[in-house]
Design a protein around this ligand. Structure first.
Ligand code: LHQ
Length: 257
């Protein structure tokens, strides 16, 4: 249900239930989680690229899997067991996560894309906060990320109407990094992920953490955090390499340490 491929330091995770637009069933949840745990645990992996196979990126929860006609399922349990651990893994991973949204991203699928560090989307793709259509609440961090990324007015309108948002508008509003022509999406996302994977992983990981910490920190707390993180980055081998390469007028060779 999830294809894994490692190349040039990038772990590519491809959601692979194309006939269901890569909707989440339990297998896919477990496989995706295992993928992110692998990225966390293996030093050779220095960036992740998340994408989907077929014409969709991810249609959220497989609604066939949670059919209320077979009794009322505890959705809180589903969130606690599957979605929340996934979101925490993505956000806590101290390596860049690139997301290539190759087609429709609905429900949890949209909010997982917004939780990644750099999200590119195919021009033909669209984002749907589908939850409102079935009486649910945006999950996978959507109620947190949407107002932060685009403000309360746009967040509420998207979440309450479930109106599809074009990739173009998602980029204009700052929900994602950029739109790419469909045929170029995977190449461009791969190039970006490989560039990040050959970067100073320690410094990039600390940068990700610092920007995320700003969501709850005061300026004073954030200035202290920058001092601490800079101290840590300054002890890394990649910092020494970066400065040496600059002074020697050559391209740095970062080792991710
Ligand atoms: C699907 C799905 C799908 C199953 C397409 N499930 N089959 C968390 C906790 C627990 C429970 C509930 O939810 C959550 C979080 C959530 O993610 S809630 C939101 C769940 N997702 C949705 O409500 C989206 C449902 N899907 C759609 O509205 C449409 O499929 C979209 C707008 C995504 C795409 O529309 P189309 O491009 O017209 O494609 P389609 O509807 O024809 O779908 C293609 C096939 O994929 C189709 O199967 P079929 O056998 O008829 O070809 C769909 O049934 C299947 N599919 N989404 N979520």
């Amino acid at each position: 249900t999830v294809l894994e491929d490692v190349s040039h330091g990038v772990l590519r995770l491809t959601l692979n239930r194309p006939d269901k637009l890569n909707a989440f069933n339990e297998d896919m949840h477990l496989a995706l989680r295992a993928g992110f745990e692998r990225a966390r645990d293996e030093a050779e992996i220095r960036a992740v690229l998340l994408t989907g196979s077929g014409r969709g990126f991810c249609a959220g929860q497989d609604l066939g899997d949670r059919d209320p006609r077979n009794g009322t399922p505890d959705l809180g349990h589903t969130i606690e067991t599957y979605y929340n651990p996934l979101l925490r893994l993505i956000r806590m991973l101290e390596k860049p996560v690139v997301c290539a949204v190759n087609g429709v991203a609905a429900g949890a699928g949209a909010n997982i894309a917004f939780a990644c560090d750099i999200t590119l989307a195919a021009r033909s793709s669209r984002f749907i906060q589908a939850f409102a259509k079935i009486g649910l609440v945006p999950d996978s961090g959507g109620t947190w990320s949407l107002p932060r990324l685009i403000g309360e007015a746009r967040a509420k309108a998207l979440a309450l109407t479930a109106e599809p948002l074009s990739a173009e508008k998602a980029a204009d509003w700052g929900l994602i990094w950029k739109v790419v022509d469909d045929q170029q999406l995977l190449d461009e996302a791969t190039k970006l992920a490989q560039q990040l994977a050959s970067g100073p992983t320690k410094g990039l990981g600390l940068t990700k953490r610092a920007i995320q910490a700003a969501a709850t920190n005061s300026l004073d707390q954030q200035l202290d955090l920058e001092r601490d993180f800079q101290r840590e980055a300054g002890h890394s081998a990649d910092y020494a390499e970066g400065v040496s390469a600059f002074l020697e007028k050559r391209t740095p060779e970062f080792k991710g340490q």
